[in-house]
Design a protein around this ligand. Structure first.
Ligand code: IMP
Ligand code: MG
Length: 183
């Protein structure tokens, strides 16, 4: 798996350090409040799992699966709900946890969907953001890293559902894509 990576953009140590400080910031910002973390599957499951252990608050977890991608590397703009929340979020503090904001279409759609359910507050936390790729204005309340407009994998992020378990964020060797196009 590691052999398929051409370069590491963000190391595991950098990710750990950053998550710790985001967790501290969230703990501070919501002090005295309860929080519902909405982890967006599949990409945010690793980030969400690590982040929640750096948050010192009464925390509840919800999982939502939304897709704006098929198996390729470009946004289709089509957002599909695969799995909705289990519980109502009305009157609750809600934090959306995403892996990456690329065009921003997925998270914008999600934010408007959840706002309609009348939470007490709604914020967005994303491990990564690609500011040059945003097609819509998104307010990201907490984010880990700004990335160039390059396709990345690892730490939850996939290419064709693989590479999520890489402990760092990196770029695939170009022949991986070539091989995929040939098949
Ligand atoms: P958006 O709607 O374009 O912002 O896309 C957001 C979703 O696309 C993310 O939750 C990821 O699942 C996926 N995505 C965007 N960029 C990348 C990338 O560089 N690597 C892997 N997945 C990505
Ligand atoms: Mg995703």
């Amino acid at each position: 798996m590691h052999n398929d990576i051409s370069r590491i953009l963000i190391s595991n140590d950098q990710i750990k350090e950053r998550i710790k400080s985001i967790g501290e910031q969230i703990t501070f910002d919501y002090s005295g409040e309860e929080l519902v973390v909405v982890c967006i599957l599949k990409g945010a499951f690793i980030f969400g799992a690590d982040l929640c252990r750096e948050i010192n608050l009464p925390l509840k977890f919800e999982f939502m699966s939304i897709s704006s991608y098929g198996n390729a590397t470009t946004s289709s703009g089509i957002v599909r709900i695969i799995k909705d929340l289990n519980e109502s979020i009305e009157g609750k503090n809600v934090l959306i946890v995403e892996d990456i904001i690329d065009t921003g279409l997925t998270v914008s759609y999600l934010a408007s969907l959840l706002t309609a359910r009348k939470p007490k507050s709604l914020k967005i936390c994303s491990l990564c953001s690609k500011p040059q790729c945003h097609k819509t204005e998104v307010k990201i309340d907490y984010f880990g890293f700004e990335l160039p407009s390059e396709f990345v994998v690892g730490y939850g992020l996939d290419f064709r559902d693989l590479y999520r378990n890489l402990p760092y964020i990196g770029v695939l060797k170009s022949d991986i894509y070539t091989r995929f196009l040939e098949n």
